[in-house]
Ligand binder design. Structure first.
Ligand code: PLP
Length: 353
């Protein structure tokens, strides 16, 4: 697919690198590509960032036929800009598109579009350690038709947002609410794909937990409300004794790229890691026996997010006030690779030049 370029006449105001936050500022350009039945994917364009024109009858606005991705471009101390395992994001988007009856962009083509866009706005990649340029590819159904069936036209767009260091103020393990009633996703549903609908389903429980003083929700399975699934919008890991455990991908859990990287690193280090079902009762027992050493979430935003305590019904399971030893080693290794500060033995990074 050829990419046309229509460059912005003026650059948008640059935010202060010290107060970027997350997802509040956007770069000068965005990428758009269209799909129409019979024509396939066509008209890939890099254009000035701005509002989209969309028909109010567009299927995405009524039935939520939408999918997104999230990855980052990191500027190393060597000045080079790196993407971390971007082909995995492109593959995941193609898999998710199939689940939502949307036409996937071929992953190699999607990666090429992302790389071209990042090149155009490369000087927006912030410089301070821990900051990055967040990349948000999105696929939406645009056919103006209110019948319930897959749309016949789609828009793929990519926007870029410079984001701040997640741990600018140091690692602060957070309090987590184990949700006994609401579910994020059920087996057979959309939990394994990055559909906006999953986020809509999660908002109420997250708000209620926040009002009680908890940073995030730990989701249990939708069927028995017994088996651990994810924490907020992150995958979940527990260190019990000398073993690391994480729930298996069973259809309701998002296959995180950070999750996969953590599993691969642990195996590389010879740390036993098991993907198996973990019940909340097992966690309570491990806590009582004092073998529950570390609990953390994994995801592109924070890489590793340590848990301080879990609240389940009336019980509080305290884990630790400080980031655990293994959590810290994982965090330092993954970010070290992302910023090109240590060798990349797995070939995870791709330099954008
Ligand atoms: C994106 C996401 C993750 C983390 O995936 P990464 O590829 O590691 O960023 C985990 N859980 C949910 C629900 C997500 O949407």
């Amino acid at each position: 697919m050829e990419i046309q370029k229509e460059l912005a006449e003026r650059s948008r105001p640059r935010p202060d690198e010290k107060s970027l936050g997350f997802g509040r500022y956007f770069t000068d350009h965005m990428l758009v590509a269209r799909y129409d039945e019979g024509k396939g994917w066509h008209e890939a364009k890099i254009v000035p960032y701005g509002p989209l024109q969309i028909d109010p009858a567009a299927a995405v606005l009524h039935y939520g036929q939408e999918l997104f991705e999230g990855l980052k471009a990191y500027r190393g101390r060597d000045g080079k800009v790196r993407l971390f395992r971007p082909e995995a994001n492109c593959k995941r988007m193609a898999d998710g598109a199939a689940r939502l009856c949307m036409p996937p962009l071929p992953p190699e083509q999607m990666l090429e579009l992302i790389v071209e866009l990042v090149k155009v706005d490369k000087d927006w990649v912030p410089h301070s350690h821990g900051t990055a340029l967040y990349i948000r590819p999105t696929l939406i159904a645009t056919e103006p038709f209110l019948g319930v069936r897959p749309s016949k036209s789609y828009l793929f767009f990519v926007i870029l947002s410079p984001v701040g260091a997640y741990y600018a103020e140091g690692f602060d393990p957070v309090k987590i609410w184990v949700e006994p009633k609401y579910s994020r996703a059920a087996k057979g549903g959309l939990g394994a794909v990055k559909a906006g609908a999953n986020y809509a389903a999660s908002l109420l429980a997250s708000e209620l937990a926040r009002a009680k003083g908890y940073a995030q929700v730990l989701w249990l399975d939708a069927n028995e409300h017994r088996w651990l699934e994810e924490v907020g919008t992150m995958n979940l890991f527990l260190r019990i004794g000398d073993e690391v455990v994480t729930p298996p991908l069973g259809g309701s859990i998002l296959p995180g790229i950070t999750r996969d990287s953590v599993i691969r690193l642990l195996r590389h280090w010879g740390v036993p890691v098991d993907e198996r079902p973990i019940s909340i009762d097992e966690v309570r027992e491990a806590h009582a026996r004092k073998t529950l050493k570390e609990v953390f979430g994994t995801g592109t935003a924070a890489v590793i997010s340590p848990v301080k305590e879990l609240c389940y019904k009336d019980e509080t399971l305290f884990i630790g006030d400080e980031m655990g030893e293994l959590s810290r080693r994982l965090y330092e290794t993954i970010t070290g690779i992302q910023y090109g500060e240590i060798p990349d033995p797995f070939g995870w990074t791709r330099i954008v030049d």
